[in-house]
Design a protein around this ligand. Structure first.
Ligand code: 3PY
Ligand code: MG
Length: 264
């Protein structure tokens, strides 16, 4: 059976840098798999991706030797079950704001005795190049479980959340976190409240043996977070790279701009 090198690196205290696939497209998934990022998160929360396309992307990413992750639209048993059973090597769950919500994630994402993940399907085992029984026996050691801390309620409850057994990573969503503070969404800012929250999550993660992660806008921010000790770093997204480059060309040639270009 294949292993999950991103989870192995993170559990060994090493960094692992990846990006987001916000555009649901199998050709793009194949191309991005060849860029050298350790993992790619297929976006199902804020994108029009269907389960069929996401599942095809997981297979392409896994076959390339990269690690397919999925961000589910919301913290539900159905969402977590379907992305794992169709071949993702890990799940990123948005807006986990309480201990009960963290327990629900682990229950859905881990097989017994840690959780109560439902048993079925073939694509998960196929992406790990193994049979169903072996996958069933080893999945709890390979599936990466990532909870997102991206709301002031999560920051308030962070110690209770991160003391739930079975969580691998706490991953900050800076845009939602800013928004929950009544601030303009951004990957980073000088806001004392935002920076205090980021520090609190980092310290809580370290205290509970959970890997600290965060989404950043570019390589410079990624390097700064790596230097601070953050391990799971997502740098921008496919759509961010495309729009950034297109707007740079348009601006350089003085072709005019239609408005602010989304960073993410
Ligand atoms: C956010 O910044 O809110 C995110 O969800 C990033 O992944
Ligand atoms: Mg978010």
């Amino acid at each position: 059976m294949k292993t999950n090198p991103a989870r192995a690196a993170l559990k060994a205290g090493k960094p692992s840098v990846g990006t987001w696939l916000a555009l649901p497209d199998t050709t793009l998934a194949g191309l991005m798999s060849s860029t050298g990022f350790a993992w790619l998160t297929v976006e199902l929360e804020h994108s029009p991706a269907s389960m069929e396309t996401a599942s095809a992307c997981f297979a392409i990413i896994a076959a390339s030797g990269c690690v397919p992750l999925a961000r589910v639209p919301w913290n539900t048993v159905e969402n977590i079950k379907r992305v794992l059973d169709t071949g993702a090597f890990g799940v990123v769950v948005p807006m986990v704001n309480s201990r009960a919500e963290a327990e629900a994630v682990v229950k859905a994402a881990r097989y017994r005795p840690i959780g109560e993940r439902s048993v079925g399907g073939q694509l998960h085992a196929a992406n790990f190049a193994t049979d169903f029984t072996t996958y069933y026996q080893k999945a709890n050691d390979e599936i990466l479980v990532v909870l997102m801390a991206e709301h002031v309620d999560a920051i308030a409850n962070i110690d209770e959340i991160l003391s739930v057994p079975g969580i691998d990573v706490v991953f900050i969503g800076p845009n939602d976190l800013h928004a929950s503070m009544g601030l303009i969404p951004a990957f980073d800012s000088d806001s004392p409240e935002f920076n205090a929250a980021v520090k609190k999550v980092f310290e809580s993660a370290k205290a509970h043996g959970v890997v600290p992660g965060i989404h950043v806008a570019d390589a410079a921010q990624a390097q700064r977070r790596l230097d601070e000790g953050w391990q799971m770093i997502a740098v921008a997204s496919d759509v961010g790279y495309m729009l950034d480059k297109a707007s740079e060309v348009v601006n350089t040639l003085g072709l005019g701009q239609r408005g602010p270009i989304a960073k993410y």
